[in-house]
Design a protein around this ligand. Structure first.
Ligand SMILES: C[S@@+](CC[C@H](N)C(=O)[O-])C[C@H]1O[C@@H](n2cnc3c(N)ncnc32)[C@H](O)[C@@H]1O
Length: 280
């Protein structure tokens, strides 16, 4: 299957999976390789044969759906976002939670191998916890891919995943072997990893902070984006925050989520329309 055949196939198949081709344009090679491997397993020589097979085999659509998961991630991805979270957003959330005598709750949707989840856990332990020793931080990471889930549970990474981390974190937060870095046990104790497909299942709210980056607002088509966003918003505390990817925007009709002027990837969930959050 050459690149042009794969593009034509994806442009035909993705809308039927409620996904959008533009999200896949740059990363299509990962998906094309998986489709070629699948065709080989099935003894099919051309993409037309695979397309014909899909017409008769509804279960094959599930295999194709799983082949379309893009799983790229790394620690501290989009440094400026984690800087704003660590300097402004988390301290404000912890101050509120301290007054209300409750933990701060966070959900990372599409958490891949746990890179975001443990970035937040380490950020909390090293920078926020000393100022708020009595407030816990509960972090739940969800992903639909079983391989990602087991990697997130194991929490061990090749050095390339850690290249954006502040260098001092490498010494303080990981146990090192010759080939990999494993997140130290004390950073993992308030983290829960769940196998969930965000289209059908979500963890129970309310959450003070939700990270949904490089998944829904890149790969899902517009009406699915709106439907998922509505269910995410229903899980946000009033005044809570939603973080999206650096190249993502929210679908039309998201008026209650207001982007911070200092960081356009972070949105505050407004209690009522017209309310302007402080210090954005
Ligand atoms: C590109 S990665 C993004 C990882 C991380 N959020 C980041 O921005 O670095 C997308 C992740 O979403 C997961 N995913 C794809 N479809 C999903 C779905 N329907 N429900 C939950 N997770 C999904 C993939 O398995 C993958 O781990």
């Amino acid at each position: 299957m050459n690149d042009a055949d794969c593009i034509a196939f994806l442009q035909w198949a993705l809308p039927q999976l409620d996904m959008r081709w533009p999200g896949f344009r740059k990363v299509r090679r990962q998906v094309c390789k998986r489709i070629a491997r699948r065709m080989k397993e099935l003894g099919l020589e051309t993409v037309d044969q695979y397309q014909a097979m899909l017409a008769d085999a509804p279960d094959e659509w599930r295999v194709l759906d799983a082949a379309c998961r893009i799983t790229i991630s790394r620690f501290y991805r989009d440094k400026h976002v984690f800087d704003v979270l660590g300097e402004r957003i988390l301290p404000a959330l912890f101050e509120t939670a301290r007054k209300e005598k409750r933990p701060v709750r966070c959900w990372c949707a599409g958490c891949a191998s746990g890179e975001e989840v443990y970035t937040l856990a380490i950020l909390w332990d090293s920078h926020i916890r000393p100022a708020f020793p009595c407030v816990e931080f509960d972090i739940v990471g969800t992903d639909a891919d079983p391989v990602m889930i087991s990697r997130a549970e194991r929490a061990c990474y090749a050095p390339g995943s850690l290249k954006d981390l502040p260098p001092e974190w490498l010494d303080q937060a990981f146990d090192k072997s010759d080939t990999e870095f494993c997140v130290a046990a004390h950073h993992r104790r308030r983290v829960t990893i769940l196998s969930q497909d965000i289209r059908y299942e979500m963890p129970e709210g309310p959450f003070d902070l939700v990270l949904c980056r490089n998944l829904v607002f890149t790969y899902f088509e517009a009406s699915l984006q709106r439907a998922v966003l509505e269910r995410i918003a229903a899980r946000l505390c009033p005044g809570g925050y939603l973080v999206v990817g650096a190249h993502e925007s929210l679908p039309d009709g998201s008026d209650r989520l207001q982007a911070l002027t200092s960081c356009r990837e972070i949105f505050q969930y407004l209690e009522r329309l017209g309310y302007v959050p402080d210090g954005s």
